[in-house]
Design a protein. Structure first.
Length: 329
């Protein structure tokens, strides 16, 4: 089966140009190695403010017309598997500057713990402290306009960035929010169970990509993080406990609503799997409907990935196609 047909099995509505572009990238990646791909990426760097810091990967083409900021899922640092996800996207959009932001994770993994003074704020549901250093980095680079993209917890951060962008003299033309988490009230134990249930489908999506570099990058990331044990320890960091509590609240819709209100020309794109363990289909339909009623379908678009689960982002080619499909509109 061709890569184009494989992608259209996930979503028949993919534009032909999108699947052709992704198929070219997939062919190049499959004929390469993760070592070779990584050698062509810039090094991760750390940006610090007076009270916080973030780890980032800033891919700057010689010529680019726009900046995309990519917010990673919860507990994921800029380890090999996430570097590859970002590298695949960058290979498909060589005219975009792509800045990926890592998150605090397990032992020796991930910069970006929250300042102690901000833990209570985040615990209460306000995620602004999580994006403050991101917005300050954009300012330090004289970037005044950026599209924010995020998956899972990253979708919450991307929506928060659009919500508070005007506070940093930033303009957000588009926000792409894939598989958001904070769409209903649930306890920490329920949230933990829902997150854990997403792991069952992950390996299937990785194997579906049929990419040696994907397998290789995943193994290297697992070795460095000490696997699930290290990931679990990372989630027990005070920063991640505060973030997890914020995600138990029904905050996503309000973040997008505030972003669309403060950014008068912004477009919001919502993406979820109809079988998602976290972005529950019925709740996403209702949420999207309310936003479209308020702001119009011209500003709020939806992509329902029929039969897909939360881990669908781990098929890097499907993930890239979803981004391109929405942001090429």
């Amino acid at each position: 089966m061709s890569e184009q047909l494989r992608l259209k099995e996930y979503y028949p509505g993919f534009d032909q140009k999108v699947v052709d572009t992704v198929a070219d990238v997939a062919q190049q990646q499959r004929s390469s190695s993760w070592e070779q791909i990584k050698s062509e990426l810039p090094d991760n760097t750390v940006f610090s403010t007076e009270d916080s810091s973030i780890e980032l990967l800033d891919i700057v083409p010689k010529d680019y017309d726009e900046t995309w900021v990519y917010h990673l899922p919860m507990g994921n640092p800029l380890a090999d598997h996430m570097q590859l996800r970002v590298a695949t996207l960058a290979a498909a959009k060589t005219d975009k500057r792509i800045i990926a932001i890592g998150n605090p994770s397990g032992p020796s993994q991930g910069v970006g713990k929250l300042p102690a003074a901000s833990l209570r704020t985040v615990w209460s549901g306000n995620l602004r402290p999580t994006i403050d250093p991101v917005m300050r980095y954009l300012g330090s680079q004289q970037i005044e306009q950026a599209t924010h993209i995020g998956f899972s917890y990253g979708a919450e951060k991307a929506a928060t960035a659009s919500q508070y962008a005007e506070k940093y003299d930033q303009h957000v033309p588009s926000g792409l929010f894939m598989e958001p988490v904070a769409i209903k009230q649930r306890g920490l134990l329920e949230l933990g169970r829902d997150f854990n249930s997403t792991a069952a489908a992950l390996e299937g999506y990785v194997k579906a990509s049929a990419s040696g570099p994907v397998e290789e990058a995943g193994k290297r990331a697992a070795e460095k993080s000490h696997g699930l044990v290290g990931y679990g320890l990372g989630l027990l960091r005070m920063s991640n406990i505060a973030i997890a509590h914020a995600l138990t609240k029904e905050g996503f819709e309000n973040r997008v609503d505030n972003g669309l209100t403060s950014q008068a020309e912004m477009r919001a794109h919502l993406v979820w799997g109809t079988e998602s363990e976290l972005a529950t289909h019925g709740l996403m339909i209702e949420l999207a409907g309310r936003l479209q009623s308020k702001f119009g379908v011209g500003r709020v678009s939806t992509m329902e990935m029929v039969g897909q689960k939360h881990a669908m982002g781990d098929d890097v080619f499907l993930h890239t196609a979803m981004v391109l499909q929405n942001l090429n509109r």
